[in-house]
Write a protein that binds this ligand. Structure first.
Ligand code: ADP
Length: 851
């Protein structure tokens, strides 16, 4: 574009409403964006737009009261400044906001508001000529004397400043190089003026008017500066920056409102300093804070660092350096609280009480960190909460699942945009005391990434030798964590980094038996759900058989979380009925007048209380208490989810039930096999790990070597099982990766069933590792596996003989209902798995002897 040719701004501009200051053409301003309207503008226009045009926005000074800024668009000032968004900086602390750097281009006038939401867009008319100044000299529009007079004052003002400062020297050069018409705007934004004065200059559309209005401002500034220089004499250091153009506040009589604002901020900083001095922070922290506040006082507020430093200092003041709750620990009371809050889990409660007792005697916390390991929903978090309750401490849960950045624990250094403290320090700020109970939830789900290893950061937090001087990167000073009581939870110890595991004392929390679940439901879950839904025991009755029905037919879990949810669903359905009933009862007259007593009685007699979803009897309030039985269950929860599955699936040869252990508790696992014509290949499906694949190969090898002994043949009657035959083994639930050696016996049984054509007993489940020679080796997780088999209604369980000792851990009622077969060799497994045994045939031996 040739020099001097006018530039046109777009005729439609998105509008940014600013409270803090007024942007004038030719000047640059940093503004904080946190109102939803402005945030939206930044997000959808500035951050998404790709063209230069999309970075041009209209900046309108918002003259309405900022505190009353609400959803509705306030009355807009008609004149604004079109601006180029030069930089957008995002931050999340203390709440999400952006800092925007904008440079004013020219004035515009709003002709018509086109759109209000999500951010205003207006049709505008450009008011100033916008030119490309390449060698721009004086404006063509000669204002003669007025412009000359203005220029003189401007030069006088600038020359009063320290010319050795590069910025001042540059300003002096600019005075000569910029077109005169641009000067009033630029100088007004540099010198000390109030927002009101800036607004007047913005509104002065005519250049002449602008010159006239700015001259008194320049004169005032010059006078102020003269006075200042007189009083300060030689003291010049503060004048070394352009921002230091500000004269002594008292002289500036005209700018009362802004002065007040400034003073308020100044007061805030003074208050902050006072708070810092009176707070009980450590000496080291105090030193850092005082240094920071000194810096803060010197910093212009528009600097992004100002907000950062201030937030930092506010956090430092808020942190509970020396504030703690008083421990009230009485072991007897603790036992009562734990017993009242939780049914069963005796081993865990016993260990927790021991831990607390030792603490009481020793009066310090140095010792292992408790780590509760068990499937979800078995009450790990809830026990942590009870511990806090017994100690009278604050409780805070820190979820670590999926955390892969060590800054999550240790905080970001303050040099980063959006830096913030880690979860530990944040947690302390939230609870407001330095001795809370912190529950580190799901330590087994910490991940590693390029951003460092959060487990390593946790080590420092948990190590009693180190954590009295834990240094969060954000704070950059040590904070004493030694009073915090840490408790960790995990689903499995397998994925906890060994160094971390080493610092913890693992307490296994196994799943519950059906009987325990029923008790937990009736003692804890149902009363809790009733309260949650505003129901009373007089309104709903859930018999134990129903609870058992929910447990066996609608849930299959080690803990009680799904059971809790199902009970919640029942309470919701009943709440609707009760509310409807109350509504009807509120108008009893009409019901009686309508049909009369007889009819009502009749219907009540007939009405099945369980069919609460039946709409036919809506006209009558439901009979209280509403009884939840199997019909009602079906109405509310739908058809049972786990019915008959086991026996149905075992109705063909080639299927056996194994027992698997997962972090979510034990599970039963069907193993299916089929054979077809082929070339002796083995296909395995169902997301298997390497160990499992090896087990499958072992099983086939053992069966092939024992085919004659057991009369196992392929389809064509040959003892070479893989001759012209392919085998396909499938482990359903293909979405879950399965691995581990414990499926060995199940695979052998399943294949033995396939090749013999016999059915495996439908009530048998098994687990055990195999060797090539047919031995059965012990496996882990027996307790969870047995509970899973019990849940699924199986009656006989084949386990390795060397696992016999693990049976002691199983609750007596469960043990009584099951028969355990202890197997040391595979032939014992097969004998137990098939009705009538699976003996090696006599004929086979006979043949052998003949040969
Ligand atoms: P986890 O942390 O092990 O995943 P939660 O502590 O969140 O499990 O427990 C889930 C729900 O089950 C909670 O409402 C808890 O109160 C309840 N709960 C679990 N076990 C018991 C128990 N033994 N006695 C009473 N309520 C229990």
């Amino acid at each position: 574009m040739a020099a001097g040719s006018a530039i046109q701004i777009p005729t439609r501009l998105p509008l940014l409403l600013t409270h803090e200051s007024v942007l004038l053409p030719g000047s640059t301003m940093r503004t904080s964006v946190d109102s939803p309207r402005n945030m939206q503008l930044v997000r959808s226009r500035l951050l998404k737009g790709t063209s230069l045009r999309s970075t041009i926005i209209g900046v309108i000074p918002n003259t309405s009261d900022p505190t009353s800024d609400c959803d509705d668009l306030p009355n807009l000032h008609r004149i604004g400044t079109a601006a180029l968004a030069v930089q957008v900086v995002g931050s999340n602390w203390p709440k999400p906001h952006y800092t925007l750097l904008v440079t004013g281009l020219c004035r515009f006038q709003i002709l018509q508001l086109l759109k209000e939401k999500p951010y205003p867009i207006a049709e505008v008319q450009q008011l100033d000529r916008l030119e490309q100044f390449t060698n721009g000299h004086k404006s063509e529009e000669e204002l003669g004397e007025l412009s000359e007079q203005f220029y003189k004052y401007a030069v006088q003002l600038v020359e009063m400043l320290d010319m050795s400062v590069p910025a001042v020297a540059k300003l002096r050069r600019l005075l000569d190089n910029l077109p005169r018409e641009a000067l009033p705007d630029i100088l007004t934004s540099i010198i000390r003026t109030t927002n009101q004065e800036k607004l007047q200059i913005l509104d002065a559309v005519r250049l002449e008017e602008r010159f006239k209005m700015t001259i008194p401002l320049l004169v005032r500034q010059i006078e102020g500066l003269k006075l200042l220089q007189k009083t300060r004499k030689s003291k010049q250091d503060d004048d070394k920056r352009v921002v230091a153009l500000r004269p002594n506040r008292r002289i500036n009589h005209g700018s009362i409102t802004e002065d007040e604002e400034e003073e308020e901020d100044h007061d805030d900083v003074v208050m902050l300093e006072k708070k810092i001095r009176t707070s009980s922070m450590s000496e080291q922290a105090l030193k850092v804070c005082l240094k920071e506040i000194k810096r803060l006082k010197k910093m212009p507020q528009s600097m992004p660092e100002y907000a950062l430093t201030r937030n930092y200092l506010e956090l430092m003041v808020e942190l509970p350096w020396n504030k703690s709750t008083k421990d009230r620990l009485e072991i007897r009371a603790a036992r009562i609280v734990l017993d009242n809050d939780h049914y069963a889990m005796e081993k865990l409660k016993k260990r927790v009480l021991e831990y607390l007792a030792v603490r009481q005697l020793k009066n310090n916390l140095k010792g292992p960190i408790l780590c509760f390991v068990g499937p979800p929903g078995v009450g790990k978090t809830s026990v942590g909460r009870s511990i806090a309750k017994t100690l009278g401490r604050e409780f805070h849960r820190i979820a670590l699942g999926g955390v892969c950045d060590q800054s999550d624990i240790r905080g970001h250094r303050r040099t980063y945009v959006g830096s913030m403290p880690g979860r530990i320090i944040n947690g302390l700020k939230t609870v407001g005391v330095n001795n809370p109970v912190f529950l580190l939830d799901e330590v087994d789900k910490l991940a590693k990434s390029l951003q460092g290893d959060p487990a390593a950061a946790l080590l420092e937090v948990l190590d009693p030798e180190q954590n009295h001087s834990f240094t969060d990167h954000y704070l950059n000073v040590a904070f004493d964590l030694s009073q915090v009581l840490f408790i960790a939870t995990a689903n499995t110890t397998a994925t906890i980094p060994p160094a971390l595991l080493d610092r913890m004392e693992v307490i296994q929390v196994p799943g519950y038996t059906q009987e325990e679940k029923i008790e937990i439901a009736h003692r804890h879950l149902i009363p809790k759900q009733l309260e949650l839904h505003g129901l009373t025991p007089q309104q709903i009755q859930i018999p134990q058989v129903t609870t058992l029905g929910i447990i066996t037919r609608y849930t299959r879990e080690a803990g009680v979380r799904a059971l809790d949810r199902k009970l919640g669903a029942i309470c919701r359905a009943v709440a609707v009925k009760v509310a409807e009933g109350q509504h009807k009862e509120a108008k009893p007259d009409r019901a009686e007048v309508g049909e009369g007593e007889d009819c009502k009685e009749h219907v009540t007699e007939d009405a099945k209380p369980e069919s609460i979803s039946d709409t036919a009897d809506l006209t009558l309030p439901p009979e209280m208490p509403i009884l939840i039985d199997f019909h009602a269950l079906k109405d509310i929860l739908g058809p049972p989810m786990y019915d008959m599955e086991v026996s149905e699936r075992l109705s063909q040869p080639g299927v056996a039930i194994g027992l698997a252990w997962t972090p979510l508790g034990g599970e039963i696992m069907f193993v299916e096999a089929s054979r077809m014509d082929g070339e002796g290949q083995l296909t395995l499906t169902g997301q298997l790990g390497d160990v499992m694949k090896e087990s499958a190969h072992l099983a086939i090898s053992w069966l092939r070597s024992n085919a004659k002994r057991y009369q196992l043949t392929n389809a064509s009657g040959s003892f070479d099982l893989l001759d012209n035959t392919d085998i396909h083994l499938h482990f359903p639930a293909g979405a879950v990766t399965k691995d581990g050696p414990s499926a060995g016996v199940t695979i052998v049984t399943c294949l033995a069933s396939l090749f013999s054509g016999r059915l495996v007993c439908s009530d048998v489940a098994m687990t055990g590792e195999i060797t090539l020679r047919g031995l059965v080796l012990p496996v882990g997780g027996i307790k969870d596996k047995v509970l899973a088999a019990h849940r699924a209604g199986l009656k006989r369980i084949i386990i390795p003989q060397r696992n016999e000792k693990d049976l002691e851990e199983i609750a007596a009622p469960v043990r009584r209902e099951l028969t355990f077969v202890l197997a040391a060799r595979l032939d014992q497994v097969l004998n137990a798995a098939f009705d009538g045994g699976f003996a090696a045939t006599a004929r086979q031996e006979h043949l052998n002897s003949k040969l």
